[in-house]
Design a protein around this ligand. Structure first.
Ligand SMILES: NC(=O)c1ccc[n+]([C@@H]2O[C@H](COP(=O)([O-])OP(=O)(O)OC[C@H]3O[C@@H](n4cnc5c(N)ncnc54)[C@H](O)[C@@H]3O)[C@@H](O)[C@H]2O)c1
Length: 306
């Protein structure tokens, strides 16, 4: 009986793997239809500048109810004003330091009371220190982990239960290519992004295991983006380029509306992650030298107000 079951399951595995591989190839040519998000309530952390602001404006055009969180009150208000001009019917602005557990819980309760349940959660807020590990203070490292990954724990705790209860929602994690590929000068940042990717993947698996297939997940892993966060860096390789923020945001929105589980931007990141999985270490160091990767953080200036 056990043998027959194993045989049946193995047969199913082979047939379905083949089917899903063909489906994935087909989807490269004919992408999944974009879903409507007009009735969704979208919360974006770090909405006061960069990717968070541009995402807010794109979602505003899609007529969602927007909830904008940031510690930068002026930037957040500016984003809200721009979102209203883009036609968003409801824009709600909150000051929230999402690295602080109690503050996330408090502001999340306020949001639930004043706006209602959040149905799409975009964890975007992030910081980078940009120093070698040995020169980074304990407080700086702690802050990077708190903003870039622990905040995701606290926001999921606050908003995921309602999504599970309704079997409806979308969790978007703005991680980074640094969540799969490492570089010198960003040990804390890379660690936080690896953790963010691992966390988001595990929760995605939990949704599948719980048969909550109405709760979608998207992990976003871009290369450098010209928002100011990595000011001063001059990546020399077209494989890991400095990207235009508007281009990145179009790609993110497209991936979210098509319920894509993960997106790496540009596509060369997929190739580098694949290479990394089998390439001998010495060859990868050679490649890093060849692409001047070791030098990228030498000219880092970053944002002044981190
Ligand atoms: N810029 C890049 O090169 C790049 C590349 C890959 C991934 N990313 C990721 O994209 C996301 C957005 O980055 P960006 O380039 O738009 O940066 P940004 O500095 O322009 O925006 C980050 C926003 O987060 C806010 N923020 C910081 N700490 C916060 C906190 N504790 N609570 C609430 N808000 C906080 C800031 O005030 C700011 O408005 C980040 O998670 C970043 O790691 C950026």
């Amino acid at each position: 009986m056990g043998f027959l079951r194993t045989l049946a399951e193995t047969f199913e595995l082979i047939v379905l793997s083949f089917f899903y591989s063909i489906e994935a190839l087909f989807r490269l040519v004919v992408p999944q239809r974009r879903k409507s998000v007009a009735n969704e309530t979208v919360l974006i952390t770090g909405a006061g500048s960069g990717i968070g602001r541009l995402l807010s404006l794109e979602f505003a055009r899609l007529k969602v109810t927007l909830v904008l969180w940031d510690i930068n009150e002026q930037g957040n208000e500016e984003t809200a004003q721009m979102a209203r001009e883009q036609g968003s019917p409801h824009v709600h602005v909150y000051h929230c330091d999402c690295s602080r557990r109690e503050e996330v819980a408090r502001v999340a309760s306020l949001v639930k009371k004043e706006v209602g349940d959040v149905t799409m959660l975009v964890n975007n807020a992030g910081i980078v220190i940009g120093k070698n590990f040995i020169d980074t203070s304990e407080a700086e490292m702690q802050k990077v982990m708190d903003v870039n990954v622990m905040a995701h724990f606290w926001t999921y705790k606050a908003f995921l239960p309602a999504m599970i209860a309704r079997n409806h929602g979308h969790l978007v994690s703005i991680a980074s290519a640094a969540g799969f590929l490492t570089m010198n000068g960003v040990a804390d940042y890379c660690s936080s992004k690896f953790a963010a990717v691992g966390f988001a993947e595990c929760v995605a698996l939990e949704m599948i295991a719980m048969k909550k297939d109405g709760v979608k997940t998207t992990i976003v892993c871009p290369s450098f983006i010209n928002t100011g966060m990595f000011d001063g860096c001059k990546p020399q390789s077209q494989m890991i380029p400095m990207l235009d923020p508007k281009y990145v945001v179009k790609k993110i929105i497209n991936a979210v509306l098509r319920n894509q589980p993960i997106i790496m931007i540009p596509r060369s990141i997929y190739f580098l992650v694949y290479l990394r999985s089998w390439m001998p270490h010495k060859v990868s160091f050679l490649l890093a030298h060849y692409t001047r990767l070791f030098d990228v953080m030498k000219t880092f200036v970053g944002r002044k107000n981190n």
